[in-house]
Design a protein around this ligand. Sequence first.
Ligand SMILES: NC(=O)c1ccc[n+]([C@@H]2O[C@H](COP(=O)([O-])OP(=O)(O)OC[C@H]3O[C@@H](n4cnc5c(N)ncnc54)[C@H](OP(=O)(O)O)[C@@H]3O)[C@@H](O)[C@H]2O)c1
Length: 508
Amino acid sequence: MTSTSDTTILIFGASGDLTSRKLIPALFRLSQQQYLSPRCPVVGVARRPKSHDEFRTEMRDKVKARLGNDQFDAAAWDIFAKQLFYQQLDITNAEEYATLKESVQTLETQVGAGSDSARIVYLATTPDLIASAVEGLHASQMIPPRELESQLRVVVEKPFGRDLKSAQELTVVLSRHLQESQIYRIDHYLGKETVQNILLFRFGNAIFEPLLNRNHIDHIQITVAEALGMEGSRGGYYDTSGAMRDVLQNHVLQLLCLIAMDPPSLFQAREIRDEKMKVLQALRPGVSGPVGNWAIRGQYTAGLVDRQPALAYREEDRVNPNSNRETFVAMRVALDNWRWAGVPFFLRTGKRLPKQMTEIAIQFKNPPLNLFSTVECDGDLCDLVETRPNQLILRIQPQEAISLRFSTKRPGMNYQVQPVSMDFEYGDHFTTQLPEAYERLLLDVMRGDSTLFTRSDELEAAWRFVTPVLDAWESSSSSPDLYPAGTWGPSSADRLISETKAIWRAPR
Ligand SMILES: NC(=O)c1ccc[n+]([C@@H]2O[C@H](COP(=O)([O-])OP(=O)(O)OC[C@H]3O[C@@H](n4cnc5c(N)ncnc54)[C@H](OP(=O)(O)O)[C@@H]3O)[C@@H](O)[C@H]2O)c1
């Protein structure tokens, strides 16, 4: 196991939720696995006054509470805590950056970091602070000259804008003093092991890839379902954002890119992102006409999720009681390229659906001639049903798995087809725990590998596609279609897909 070369990690927004829930636990795990060298200081930065020890204790308590007493390795924490520091800074006050720079240099000397060590600035703060942070780093000469650009990497958290215009403005702000290669826009979905496996599964096997095109595929469904609603104070943020900005524009379109892209010539950041970019450039509405023909929005009403009563969205804490914010989106889209012309892609995401689940379902065309009757059986009781097409399901989370549904002869004196499924479950084959997305992504930033991060042109292409839909919804006098919490969305989503005689998968 190799640790990274010396890197100082500055977390701006160190008293926030993301830092204690994701970033520090991920860095702790990397330290435990010896991926994080003890010569890499991790410096929490925020406005509140705090000593190093106070910060360490606060982080320890939160990580311990998260892991539980029996999972928390106190000895390993004591080792990690030695490289954990805190520095007070108001990001908006350019004068305070000189002190930050000085303290960081002192800490680097203290832990014995090499003179050529790199720095990572992780902006775990709201987007309105990004401009001040970049200006402050520039004014204090913490941004190295161009020839040494790899010595500074800046990680930016979503949201990357709320429409095309604001995303472009953010790119201008970042690129004022930073090179694109120094900017790491994090979409934690890409850090998930099973998301990375999409490319490996497609391009590391010869079996499936030749079939993934318009000649063999009937349609593809991508679902990112959440059972949760507006827990805690999330309603305030969500009511300004919604399912399109929060999930579809980023996670769902990234999954679409990975399942639809052509093989890159090299498995490297630029080549992979170039292929993803071509998918986004080919992205079109699935049918012509107004937005309502191919994109629908929904909002949950009261219902039952996992047999527990759930409030209507408009009754949730910090949500406007007249809100028209969408908590569900379904879309029919198409890709105008040779591989996928004519193949519908159905995308959906929503809150308060029956379960938390992310999957990509690839449905194959039916055999050209149907020679057999198909049955579905419960023990010895069988019913004749319509032919069930082959399906390849990539389950991203939870119960990470890949399964292939195909037809087989039901044992007996008749030629009857019964659909069966061949399943691969990660849990059955690998005993190692799947790494958390943030672990992988932080390690990649330390290694200077930007493959799993979103480039500015990808980001803009995604916004260019969804912004007209958001504009149409915002200028419309109609409300989102309602669905009871605990169901798979409004009936308009079923109509959207049934026009092609397909149906949404409703995984159990
Ligand atoms: N939480 C998540 O799970 C999650 C997931 C995905 C993306 N994100 C994104 O990550 C970012 C941070 O989210 P969060 O939930 O951690 O936010 P948060 O809990 O509100 O934390 C914000 C942090 O910023 C600091 N801060 C605010 N103004 C500052 C200033 N002028 N100077 C220095 N520090 C300042 C605050 O500390 P002080 O008050 O002490 O200064 C606090 O540490 C957001 O952009 C969010 O959209 C979060």
